[in-house]
Design a binder for this molecule. Structure first.
Ligand code: M6R
Length: 614
């Protein structure tokens, strides 16, 4: 999705902005641009394609301005083109604006502005914004100083329907920038004698680790030494500064060829961080949660709502939460949940899983659940992310920054955290033998070593990737939690290697899919649930008989594996946490296949790291 960077200080803004945009490249984009305030007015430079193209625009190194805004665009309204890329300026060239989000009423706004004499050069929804600001600026001509600028931005924003994070500069105020957000992320990084702005913390992490988080309809006026905040009615607001524990090294490749590979290899550390000190006492520590035995006993249902990989982590988490709490638990895709009028009331606990905490559908699903009276719990990786500010309760995965578009360590940390949560809930409910719960804790504490071992074992898949990388279709099979794991592995292959792949519950094979199995087709089986392994093997036999080549991922030591072409045996674990280990070979397999194809694994085509629009 689009990325925003901004700078106000004493240094030349353009190199800082470009550096920030490069750090946002992982979000996915099709064009990039910057505006700075120069002695002779606002400069505007933008181009299609990579930030590198922007960097090569002649004259960009001559920019002297110490205040500027920058953007990477991921096309929504209007095709990728130089004209449609941001920043956008108003007709008088007094204002320059970058915007993330979607303006839903852009057509009526455009018609209205046209009727007032404004002209448009792009197909974007964003171009309305600088013109609307200009329109109000002329209306507020009697206002003095920065008030006039602020009021104009506010009035323009009140006309907008949809989601937005906006940065505005104005040639009349060369020392200031105004920013505002609604349903789209924006953070202000505070440093000595300079302030930074970004849609995403990693972009400015090398400059500062102290941040202000803007709430919906909060406006901020930035100068080099100061940030002033205002609410929707322009009353001044005091804002607390937050410190972020992530460091810039954590957001760098650290010697790895790609972020994805680095993040796969970080999973021993990240899963350890997820557990933290929660198991140090006799009972699981969750100070952030206020669950009582009475409350949990009153629940008739738990929903786990998420998108993509987070939803797959939810499928894995459902097993442990339902088994230990004994409360019926359902997993829903956020984009479906929000429109299907779900049965949610005060007897429902709704858990929202999201790495970024900014996924538009997941946030909308949370708001709906709140309206219906449910308690909402956000599980996110990003401290202070939008969802955590909406939810009744929030807990963090502490996996560290995840930059690669394909989610890996966030998934494993989400699965671990749901295990820890399930144990905590069971302790509050007092519904399972404590010895049994303690044994589950032991297994979770042993996970990081097993993750290390699994990483080593999985490296053998490089060879298999070489056999598969030119194929058109790959099938994944599993039953129970193994189906959930297979589905996540299947998504990984799809998104970074562009190979069509499907994941099936083993028993479903005969009901149609087996028609697609022919000689040479690759089928990957996940076999970790000992109660279902035999059933899955029967399904795999069915595809072997029809000529399929098979890879199996298993933790069953005494399995007869002669029939399979490649076998990856991972360390044993209980089925609640087996997704953490079994997904690793699947992540690495997808990675190796994509590398064999020579693809950019960190920035797969058409995908964005956080999907902040519907
Ligand atoms: O930030 P979130 O966890 O809410 O993101 C949800 C999905 O967009 C995300 O998991 C996506 O499916 C990944 N690209 C998968 O690797």
């Amino acid at each position: 999705m689009c990325g925003i960077v901004g700078y106000v200080g004493t240094k030349k803004a353009s190199p800082i902005l470009i550096n920030g945009l490069k750090r946002l490249e992982y979000r996915g984009y099709d064009s990039a641009g910057i505006s700075t305030i120069e002695k002779d007015g606002i400069s505007l430079m933008k181009d299609m394609g990579r930030v590198k193209n922007l960097e090569n625009i002649s004259g960009i190194n001559d920019l002297e301005g110490t205040i500027g805004i920058a953007h990477t665009r991921w096309a929504t309204h209007g095709k990728p083109s130089k004209e449609n890329s941001h920043p956008h300026m108003d007709n008088s060239k007094k204002f320059s604006v970058v915007h993330n989000g979607i303006i839903e009423n852009y057509e009526s706004l455009r018609e209205d502005l046209k009727s007032k004499g404004y002209t448009f050069y792009s197909d974007t929804d964003t171009e309305n914004i600088p013109n609307l600001i200009h329109y109000y600026y002329t209306k507020y001509e009697n206002e003095k100083g920065i008030e006039r600028f602020l009021k104009s931005v506010r009035s323009a924003c009140l006309d907008l329907k949809g989601s937005f994070a906006i940065e505005v500069i104005c040639s009349d105020f060369p020392d200031n920038m105004i920013v505002v957000r609604k349903d789209s992320p924006l953070v202000i990084g505070k440093a000595e004698g300079e302030n930074y702005l970004s849609s995403d913390i990693p972009a400015i992490l090398s400059f500062t680790r102290t941040f202000y988080l803007l709430d919906d309809y909060e406006f901020a006026i930035l100068s080099k030494d100061d940030v002033k905040f205002y609410d929707k009615d322009l009353n001044p607001v005091n804002k607390e500064v937050k410190s972020i524990e992530w460091d810039a090294v954590g957001a760098d490749k650290n010697g790895y060829e790609d972020y994805m590979l680095k993040e796969i290899y970080e999973q021993a550390t990240s899963t350890r961080e997820t557990v933290g000190t929660r198991f140090q006492g006799p009972k699981t520590a969750f100070e952030e949660l206020d669950f009582t035995k009475e409350y949990l006993s009153s629940l008739t249902r738990i929903y786990i709502v998420a998108c993509g990989t987070a939803m797959h982590a939810g499928l894995a988490g459902k097993t442990v939460i339902e088994k230990l709490s004994k409360i019926p638990t359902e997993v829903d895709v956020a984009s479906e949940f929000r429109y299907r009028d779900p049965l949610v009331d005060e007897k429902t606990l709704c858990i929202f899983l999201t790495q970024s905490g900014e996924t538009a559908d997941t946030i909308a699903a949370l708001k709906l659940s709140k309206e219906k009276g449910a308690k909402t719990l956000a599980i996110s990786n990003v401290i202070g992310s939008s969802i955590t500010r909406e939810a009744d309760l929030s807990i963090y995965t502490h996996a560290g920054p995840e930059i690669a578009v394909a989610s890996t360590k966030a998934y494993t940390s989400q699965v671990v955290l749901m295990n820890v949560l399930a144990i905590y809930m069971s302790e509050v409910l007092e519904n399972n033998d404590q010895k049994y719960l303690d044994s589950l804790k032991e297994e979770i504490l042993e996970l990081p070593e097993k993750v290390e071992e699994t990483l080593k074992i999985s490296e053998s898949l490089k060879d298999f990737a070489r056999q598969v990388y030119q194929e058109k279709d790959v099938f994944y099979l599993g039953r129970g939690v193994d189906h959930a794991i297979a589905t996540e592995g299947c998504l990984k292959l799809k998104e970074i290697s562009y190979i069509h792949s499907e994941s099936y519950a083993g028993g479903e094979l005969k009901h149609g899919t087996i028609a697609l199995i022919e000689k040479g087709i690759t089928v990957i089986g996940v076999l970790t649930d000992k109660n279902l392994v035999k059933k899955s093997i029967s399904n795999l036999q069915e595809v072997i008989t029809r000529g399929a080549k098979t890879l199996i991922i298993t933790n069953q030591k005494d399995l007869d594996t002669k029939a399979f072409d490649v076998v990856v045996t991972i360390p044993e674990s209980n089925t609640f946490i087996s997704p953490v280990l079994a997904v690793i070979p699947l992540q690495l397999f997808a990675y190796y296949v994509a590398k064999e194809k020579g693809l950019d694994v960190d920035k797969p085509r058409n995908l964005a790291k956080s999907v902040t629009v519907e």
